[in-house]
Design a protein around this ligand. Structure first.
Ligand SMILES: [Zn+2]
Length: 80
């Protein structure tokens, strides 16, 4: 598990802290992927998520190769 150094948020005056993702959605080339159990950054004020480059790469790989992902879930959609 890679480390995540706390840093100032780009969007507010909050601090981005490392958290363990729980079914956190990430949009990447190839589609929507859920992150579970990996360490990402989350702003303690605005809640913006920051994804380490390595996580983004893994998510892109999972989007392109769903058969290699840890799990594949069907995501219900609520639309207007
Ligand atoms: Zn913020």
């Amino acid at each position: 598990m890679s480390k995540y150094q706390p840093h100032r948020c780009d969007f507010c005056t909050g601090t981005v802290q490392p958290i363990v993702a729980k079914a956190e959605p990430i949009h990447v080339r190839g589609g929507l992927v859920l992150l579970d159990g990996v360490v990402i950054g989350k702003c303690d004020r605005c809640g913006h998520c920051y994804f380490p480059a390595e996580i983004v790469k893994r998510a892109e790989r999972a989007a392109e190769n769903p058969q290699e992902a840890s799990q594949v879930r069907t995501i219900p959609v609520v639309a207007a």
